[in-house]
Each structure stands twice: as structure tokens, then as C-alpha cells.
Design a protein around this ligand. Sequence first.
Ligand code: PEP
Length: 250
Amino acid sequence: MNRTPIIAGNWKMYKTVGEAREFAGVIRNHKLEGAVEMVVCAPFTALSALAEELKGSDVKVGAQNMHYEASGAYTGEISPGMLTDLGMSYVIIGHSERREYFAETDETVNKKAKAAFANGLLPIVCVGENLEQRESGQTKENVREQVIRAVEGLSSEQAKQLVIAYEPIWAIGTGKSSSAEDAQDVIGFIRSTVEDAFDSQVAMQVRIQYGGSVNPQNIASYMGQPDIDGALVGGASLAADSYLQLVQGV
Ligand code: PEP
């Protein structure tokens, strides 16, 4: 099974519209010949400008969150349809920072995953254990629960298009990345969890990224693992040259 690796940048709460345009200007002519999928997930305020700057390029644009309802009295929220309207391809769902600071739960992650597909968006669903869970040997139990709850009610066709990002929380923004072997071990386990939830065909097609202090120096070690299909990258995706090095390192 040939799965196209996907490098997704998560800018978090960084970059003005002008900075986003500048970044796009550097990466938009990068041609991939189908080897890697390039995605940039930006703050809401920069999405429109990025979509405009990257139109016709090989780079896709995504959001970092959304509401699951189509519309309504939800002050400050953004709907899936609003993202589609802007030309978004992807949306990150259930990032650990959203789970920790903004009350995201397995239930809302599931609602958002369904809403994403219903609106033509591909969800990048984040799962991962915290340090305490890691140290007490609960990593797999925790990610299994998160994955099973996230995919509940999705069709097999939807699940095949899903992107899962395995992001150990202790590795995010800390410079302490998981070893490639440990990441492979958990990601292989996530793939078998998807097989349990659907079937082997879905499990072979679903793309599973590693995330957590990935940089141009260590990306190749992750890509050398059989079940790792790319990376979700925060800090090292902020500079255009570093982002391109990540893509070239696949
Ligand atoms: C992230 O934001 O999802 C992430 C993995 O951040 P960093 O690459 O900075 O660890």
C-alpha cells in the first residue's frame, strides 16, 4: 500500500496576514511530483490570504480548529462550512493544546471529525499521551481510547481518508522528541486499532503522522519507519526554509 506522506505545519497562534503572505511567497513554487503532500495550518485570520497566495500551487491550507455545528449562536466560533468557503482542505482536530486549554473532549473530537467530512474537509485528528501516562505504561491504552472514540460513526470510506497525528504531549514544543522506534511502536499500534474499528483495508490506507519536536535534522529517522506517514510540525514549520527542508527530508 502506497500512502502519500503528509507534512503539515501547525503555526499555532503565530503570524500576521503579512507574515503568512511572505511565507507563501517562498514555498508556493515548490513542486512535489506527488511524493509528499504539503499542508500549512494557520490561524483563522491568515487563512483567506494563504488560500489566495497558494491557489494553484501544490500546498494545501488547513485550519487548526472549528466548531462542529453548521451555524448558530456560538460567539467567536467558526463553522466547517465557513472553512470550506475559504477553500480549506484540512482541519486539525483535538490538538492536545485544545484538549488542555479549551475543553476539547473525545466527544467533541468525534463530532468535529464527522462535521469535517460532511463539509468536504479532511480532519487531522491528534492523539497522544501525557508524561504521567507514558511513565505509568498507559500510552497505548490512552491512544486506543482516543482513536476509537474519534472514529465512532465514520464510514469506512471516510476513515480511509482520515489523517491521525500521534503526538506525545511531553514531546510537543519541548525539544524532547520520541525516538523513531518508540513512535513506530505506538503508530503501528494505532494502525492495528484502526483495523479493529474498521478492517485491514482501512488500516492500510489511513495516514498516521508523528508529531512532537520534529525538525529538519530528525525528520528522516521518522520517515524511515514503516507505519509513519509524515509529520505534524509546530515550531520547525514557522520559517519557510525550515518547512521546505522538512518536506525535502521525507
Ligand atoms: C504541534 O504543534 O503539533 C507540535 C508537534 O509542535 P512542535 O513541533 O513544536 O513540537
